[in-house]
Design a protein. Structure first.
Length: 133
């Protein structure tokens, strides 16, 4: 709200009521919701004034959220999809993620066909079992 309560009230009233009848049930609901919003903002400001950067490490619930966020970002970065996508995007400027997946699947199929024709398994040895033929 940033201490602009009049503008916030106008928006809440616009969302919930048509503004024609000030005694309507919608206006009463909007008033109650706005009251709750103002109380929540005041409570959040009071809580934020007591917390520091060290609270991220000392409070267990914040620490758990921070670790989950870190692991999620680490997992996203460690997949290497950005490297693959940027390489293909450099060679093929109009490449979309769906198009990239299609190209990767086509490359795998071509490689498998080549291995079948040569009678070589993907590991490099001869295909003695005949499974790739």
């Amino acid at each position: 709200m940033n201490d602009r309560f009049d503008e916030a009230w106008a928006i809440v009233l616009k969302l919930h009521a048509d503004g024609k009848d000030p005694e309507a049930e919608d206006v009463h609901f909007a008033t109650e919701e706005f009251y709750q919003m103002r109380r929540q903002v005041a409570a959040d400001k009071a809580m934020a004034s007591q917390e520091t950067l060290m609270t991220l490490f000392t409070k267990p619930s914040y620490r758990k959220r921070m670790i989950c966020g870190f692991l999620t970002m680490y997992g996203a970065e460690s997949t290497g999809i950005l490297v693959i996508y940027s390489t293909f995007n450099y060679k093929f400027p109009r490449l979309t993620p769906a198009n990239l997946l299609c190209r990767l699947q086509c490359a795998i199929v071509r490689r498998t066909r080549l291995h079948r024709q040569l009678g070589v398994d993907p590991g490099g040895g001869l295909c003695h079992s005949g499974l790739l033929r």
